[in-house]
Design a protein around this ligand. Structure first.
Ligand code: ADP
Length: 343
């Protein structure tokens, strides 16, 4: 569209690389060993894009290790925020076993903010910077997917389950989900803190770990060009996935087993969607989980996806680490074969 051409000059490295490599990138992040757990590291970060575990070498678009700060991790993510403001749909996922650093990467502690905060901060900064030319409005929603059912974390009606329906624009939408208009980083943050509190209350009430549900924070940005009147819509989905650890059948029964099955189902559905997109298959199986169905209009097409695969460095976690890296490698592999890639 007109709009995209106008803001073409903004395309930074990420977008140029996109044209060569497609729209899915995978960043691996290994957290530091935790002293209180007396962990010993069993993994080695080699170069900016390789990690070695049990003599197996994995390659991703980027690999971050214990030396990398939240700021450095965000640096390579930042161009995606410009894309949202240019009218693209973007999904950022954190995938990995419980305790691998997903929440640290996405939310982070107050003294060391993660991707969510930094992305929203930049979103408002860009809005301000462009304000003479474009008027932006921003809305945010926050939901949780547990056992394949959706709960609005802002409205916080414990017994209400939300449905995904077909919206007027032909894309799936959640009619009863609350979208809160926000005008500043501070306002978004207040909304998200309330959502997090509601999530924790719900988890306590239902006696579940919040690591067993997916958290989806969505931001919709609408821009109107003050001179031409042309409009754009961009979406940013920030997804902290449920822990990917495999639960042994022998250890789980009843509710726990059902929970594990739902998580496996939705994570493998996500993997299948990536695989279909990368193989450019005509049919992409979005409908196989609530998560992929919900994000349908932001996965594929000209949308952009970034997946963090978070891993624990600990020798005790090696088998889960290998399984996470293998999952992520499946997502990254097709593009790694491209002739433009130097190794
Ligand atoms: P997850 O969300 O995958 O369950 P968390 O984000 O809660 O994992 O991380 C588990 C623990 O490791 C937390 O105590 C967290 O503070 C710590 N941690 C994770 N990543 C880092 C990091 N990059 N630097 C320092 N501590 C980290």
């Amino acid at each position: 569209s007109m709009w995209r051409r106008e803001s073409h000059w903004r395309r930074k490295l990420f977008n140029e690389v996109q044209e060569l490599k497609g729209n899915i990138r995978v960043f691996c992040r290994a957290r530091p060993c935790l002293l209180q757990r007396r962990e010993h590291s069993a993994i080695e970060v080699i170069d900016a894009d390789k990690v070695l575990v049990k003599q197996k070498l994995f390659e991703f678009d980027r690999v971050f290790g214990e030396v990398h700060t939240q700021e450095q991790v965000y640096e390579d993510t930042s161009p995606l925020v410009t894309s949202v403001m240019d009218g693209y749909n973007v999904c950022i996922f954190a995938y990995g076993q419980t305790g691998s650093g997903k929440t640290y990467t996405m939310s982070g502690p107050p003294e060391s903010r993660g991707v969510n905060f930094r992305a929203l901060e930049e979103l408002f900064r860009i809005g301000e910077e462009r304000s003479a030319a474009v008027q932006y409005t921003v809305e945010v929603s926050m939901l949780e997917i547990y056992n394949e059912s959706l709960r609005d974390l802002i409205q916080n009606r414990p017994d209400e389950r939300l449905d995904i329906k077909l919206g007027a624009d032909g894309n799936p939408c959640v009619p009863d989900l609350l979208w809160v208009p926000v005008h500043s980083l501070h306002e978004v943050w207040e909304v998200m803190e309330a959502g997090s509190r509601h999530r924790a209350q719900g988890a306590t009430r239902l006696n579940i770990e919040s690591s067993r549900s997916h958290l989806v924070v969505s931001v919709v940005v609408q821009g109107v060009n003050r001179h031409t009147g042309s409009r754009l819509t961009g979406k940013l989905h920030l997804v902290d996935l449920a822990g990917s650890e495999r639960v042994a059948r022998s250890e789980a029964e009843g509710a726990r087993l059902r929970e594990a099955q739902h998580i496996n189902k939705s994570l493998s559905a996500l993997g299948d969607v990536f695989a279909a997109l990368l193989a450019k298959q005509a049919h992409v199986p979005y409908r196989n989980s609530r998560l992929t169905h919900l994000l349908q209009d932001s996965l594929g097409g000209d949308s952009k996806t970034l997946m963090f695969v978070n891993v624990s460095p600990s020798a005790e976690d090696v088998s889960e680490t290998l399984s996470s890296l293998q999952f992520a490698q499946r997502v990254a592999r097709v593009e790694l074969g491209a002739a433009t890639r130097h190794t």
